[in-house]
Design a protein around this ligand. Structure first.
Ligand code: AMP
Ligand code: MG
Length: 381
């Protein structure tokens, strides 16, 4: 994460800010609600009102407060959310009064403050209501608007280039000749990038040729903060990604991780630009995007990079391998008693293992199998 300084902030209208990450705290400009108001439809009254009939002298509606001050033996008709009239300190709900000819009779005693929402009860003027780093969801955006904001300071979205390498790749739906496959990583990786808050600036399919690989990478590095490649990072004779990156001045930071799937994962930087070389196998590229690229994209936006690590009991026995396994699992059960059930065969080419996967479960390398019931760390996808 040390390679990921937050991108500069820009001002984003609240209408467009869903999914963006706040770059500065949001402070409530005024109390919310700004005025004492009614929690019920009914009558604003004085809590010391006697049991004698009260004359209805005015009305306070949402957006249209009453114009007069409530005096003794008076009531003011009031709607939910409408401002409490001066002089009133309680609301008698409609179902607790009898209304006859311009007067009401209270059917139950009224306590001071009853059914009154106080100014500032929700948000206090001057209070920090959202912290920098918050990912703006529907609730947070509602709070921001309530706090008086029309636009928010948000980190610029990272610009991502997605390059899928492979002579065998054909576009979605294209007829396949022998040995060809549909390029599924392009749509998977662009979707993951967008879900992580990025703008996909460029997406290309790149043949397994050195010159073409270098040219595509040069275009990607011209456009993007983050380049995500799939395939071509192994050591086969047709894997041109690493030499092309070296020629373009991208310095290798690591290559190969102790992970299954995902072993050949490559990471490098050029200045502030980040390059992720992910393995071509669809499951491997999905998993390594989630574990390496997504935290980086979040960090670039100033958000907490890593999801919370939880623990879950394995639902079945799992044999161990020479590398840490990142199993795709379904989670069930509640807090403290989560159960992780693998989503079927876990080969790195078995894309069906991604269906219904809630999380990755990490099974440490080792010889003996883990038996059902043993706890492993899990990370939600
Ligand atoms: P590579 O990492 O280039 O050696 O590719 C490993 C495996 O992933 C091969 O079986 C490729 O055909 C497959 N693969 C590579 N790129 C893609 C892609 N974009 N979509 C689907 N499968 C791919
Ligand atoms: Mg390949």
């Amino acid at each position: 994460m040390s390679s990921c300084a937050s991108l500069p902030a820009e001002t984003v209208p609240v209408e467009d800010a869903a999914g963006r990450v706040l770059a500065a705290d949001v402070v409530a400009a005024a109390d919310v609600p700004a005025f004492d108001n009614s929690a019920m439809d009914g009558f604003a009254v004085r809590s010391d009102a006697s049991s004698e009939p009260l004359r209805i002298v005015d009305e306070s509606r949402a957006g249209r407060p009453a114009s007069r001050t409530l005096a003794a033996r008076e009531a003011i008709r009031i709607s939910t959310g409408a401002a409490m009239p001066a002089g009133a300190d309680a609301v008698a709900p409609l179902e607790r009064v009898r209304e006859v000819g311009g007067e009401i009779e209270l059917l139950a005693a009224v306590a001071s403050g009853q059914h009154v929402r106080r100014a500032g009860e929700d948000l206090r003027a001057g209070a920090v209501v959202l912290l920098a780093g918050t990912i703006l969801d529907a609730g947070a955006l509602g709070v921001a608007v309530g706090a008086g904001a029309a636009a928010l300071s948000c980190a610029r979205r990272p610009r991502v280039a997605v390059l899928c390498t492979g002579d065998e790749l054909r576009p979605p739906g294209a007829p396949l000749r022998p040995g060809e496959i549909h390029n599924s990583n392009a749509v998977t990786l662009t979707t993951l990038a967008r879900q992580a808050g990025a703008l996909v600036a460029l997406a290309e399919t790149v043949p397994d040729e050195r010159a073409a690989t270098e040219a595509a990478l040069a275009r990607a590095l011209d456009e993007a903060d983050v380049v995500v490649l799939s395939g071509g990072v192994s050591v086969g004779p047709h894997d041109h990604v690493k030499p092309a990156l070296a020629a373009l001045g991208v310095a290798e930071r690591f290559w190969r991780v102790d992970l299954q799937p995902g072993k050949p994962t490559w990471f490098g930087t050029r200045g502030a630009q980040l390059v992720f070389g992910l393995p071509g196998n669809p499951v491997s590229s999905f998993v390594t995007f989630a574990l390496f690229a997504r935290p980086a994209l979040r960090a670039l936006q100033g958000a907490e990079p890593l999801p919370p690590r939880e623990r879950a009991a394995l639902a079945v026995d799992v044999s161990r391998r020479g590398r840490t396994q990142a199993l795709r699992v379904r989670l069930d059960g509640g807090d403290g008693s989560l159960r992780a059930t693998p989503t079927g065969p876990q080969g790195s080419h078995v894309t069906a293992s991604l269906l219904d996967a809630d999380a990755l479960a990490f099974v440490p390398a080792g010889d003996s199998a883990l038996t059902a019931g043993e706890q492993v760390p899990v990370e939600r996808l």
